[in-house]
Design a protein around this ligand. Structure first.
Ligand code: SAH
Ligand code: SF4
Length: 350
């Protein structure tokens, strides 16, 4: 059954009209669903009869199966289920100047990056647009519970949870519509970033449909030989092809892309890799984000030690590439990048 959160305003209007109600009711309901996360009982301006019909036809069934927190409450994770179907993981992170939610687009992932716990699961399901967007709804409700040192309202959305957003393009784009629609979540496009392993054919479509949405590309290696090992889809869309797609994205959107790079000890953290990354980052005017590897049970490598990270950063910065090293948020609750893997959590959390 389609859940109400899967419907666009247009689709909801069709359903409401089919129940014999005027079209304006649909907008009333839609706005309250998305802006107040209201249940039907909590919509006093909608007649009881209509509310009851909607509750039968289009039930709202977002279940929070588990919630956990870390970093003194500044990192929060939830396992959600919508419509009794897939379980979804979502992470909320409060920083001094922003509050970011990291959303999942698939349960598992088919892309097979060995170092990633989600990749180790394989693909279980694509999430629907509604399943993706309700994660942001949860985050918006949860943000006021963050510690006082953060803004305590949701400011940013990153598509960096489980799954490859551009391998579930239809639903990712549907979710982006719900996120940016002023009648729904109304989040500014510029506060949203989609992270991709490099599903090249979808990148121009993202640029066309959502030219203000940011792009992060998970590079992890600056030579095809090494990238083929770390990121198997590189065999399909090698570095040069990916770089061309990101360059065209930048032309179209006039935005600065990010390059993501998991720092894996003695694998992709050499000065030579950094030197090879420099011209790519320069050509793309990209910002480089280094993520110390989050160790996962299915992969023996270790994160790069501080000294190797510092040397890598020095090569990039000496060449004028802006670089940040991401913190290790949420590790103890398995809420960090690459650590999301639903079944294990759903079974162990309470
Ligand atoms: N599939 C998309 C988005 C989800 S992964 C992508 O790959 O971009 C979000 C980020 O976490 C990616 O940059 C990914 O490479 C990184 N990541 C995955 N596993 C990781 C791990 N074990 N340690 C550190 N970063 C990891
Ligand atoms: Fe999928 Fe991204 Fe993990 Fe690769 S890093 S397996 S693309 S979720």
């Amino acid at each position: 059954m389609t859940g109400v959160y899967d419907l666009s305003l247009h689709e909801l209007t069709e359903r409401v009209v089919a129940l014999g109600e005027p079209a304006f009711r649909a907008k009333q309901v839609y706005r309250q669903l998305w802006q107040r996360a209201a249940t039907y009982e909590e919509m006093p301006d909608v007649p009881k009869r209509v509310r009851e019909l909607l509750a039968t036809e289009l039930p709202i069934d977002v279940e929070v199966l588990a919630e956990r927190e870390a970093d003194r409450g500044a990192t929060r994770k939830a396992v959600l289920r919508l419509g009794g179907r897939h379980t979804i993981e979502v992470v909320l992170m409060g920083y001094r100047d922003r509050v970011t939610v990291c959303v999942s687009t698939q349960s598992g992932c088919a892309m097979g990056c060995g170092f990633c716990a989600t990749g180790q699961m394989g693909l279980k399901n694509n999430l629907t647009a509604g399943e993706i967007a309700v994660q942001v709804l949860w985050a918006r409700r949860e943000a006021p519970n963050l510690p006082g040192s953060t803004p305590r309202h949701l400011t940013n959305v990153v598509f960096m949870g489980m799954g490859e957003p551009l391998a579930n393009e239809r639903h990712t784009f549907g979710a982006l519509e719900r996120l940016t629609d002023p009648d729904a979540l109304g989040i500014g496009d510029r506060h949203i970033t989609v992270s991709t392993v490099g599903v090249v054919p979808a990148i121009p479509r993202l640029a066309e449909r959502f030219p203000q949405v940011g792009l992060a590309v998970s590079l992890h290696a600056a030579t095809d030989e090494l990238r083929n090992d770390l990121v198997p889809v590189n065999r399909l869309w090698p570095l040069a092809t990916l770089e061309d797609a990101v360059a065209a994205w930048r032309e179209r959107t006039r935005r600065r892309p990010s390059i993501e790079w998991a720092m894996i000890d003695r694998t992709n953290d050499s000065e030579e890799q950094a030197e090879r990354l420099v011209p790519i980052a320069m050509r793309l005017h990209a910002h480089v984000n280094l993520i110390p590897l989050n160790p996962t049970p299915g992969w023996p490598s270790k994160p790069s030690p501080r000294a190797r990270i510092d040397r890598f950063v020095a090569v990039l910065e000496d060449a004028g590439v802006t670089t940040t090293v991401r913190d290790t948020r949420g590790r103890e609750i398995e809420a960090a990048c690459g650590q999301l893997h639903t079944e294990v959590l759903a079974g162990s959390a309470s």
